[in-house]
Design a protein around this ligand. Sequence first.
Ligand code: ATP
Ligand code: MG
Length: 242
Amino acid sequence: RKRCIRISTGSKQLDACLNGGFQTMSISEVYGEFRCGKTQLAHTMAVIAQLPKEMGGAEGKVAYIDTEGTFRPERIMEIAERFGVDPDQACENIAYARAQNSEMQTELLESLAANFATNEYRLLIIDSVMALYRTDYSGRGELSERQQVLGSFLRRATQMAEEFNLAVLMTNQVMSDPGASALFAGADGRKPVGGHILAHASTTRLLLRKGRGEERVAKIVDSPDCPEREATYIITTGGIND
Ligand code: ATP
Ligand code: MG
């Protein structure tokens, strides 16, 4: 039987809120405004997932689907140094792919099944999950079609998380329309995109926002086993930290 593993975020405070970190066998979604640290968290976790379990890792390889072209190997190397691991090795353990459109995003996910079948992988990152769907299905009349293809993508990701004991970390954007945000009272006026289909697929949801100065704040908005709590973190050369 597969056992669920928790992978550290790099911040002890945030890990404490998450009972140790993001768990394998389900989808975790991190959303928030630009520059709040979604991509930096993705980079940090891409290194931590490789670490021994005593260090909050999962001793596994990582798959990284980049939809915005913001992956930086140099950042992986800097974060690897913080944890005392070989920077080149850290990069080698990440299977990186850039998706140019939503169809390619689905194809890349499917092609990763062969990697996952080796049982060496513990983390799949999709940064960001909705960006390409939003460009490819931008018309009003295209929303239901978008949600349909998004649904099958998310079902496949959920299946893979369970079958291959993977933590799936998806980053997501927030609605820019202030009117739409104001209607949503739940999460500090910030609503993730992707609708109910994404909301239901994500087992754990985390809202990130800017705090005072360099400080950032993470709020658990949906979790099967953690109360709604907030943690502060900072972005450093070595990645997400307290
Ligand atoms: P977007 O919605 O635009 O994708 P994001 O949430 O992914 O935004 P990130 O790119 O993760 O945001 O975070 C950007 C922030 O990370 C910036 O404030 C930047 O200053 C900070 N940052 C990036 N690299 C470093 C570093 N080496 N040291 C410290 N801070 C850094
Ligand atoms: Mg980003």
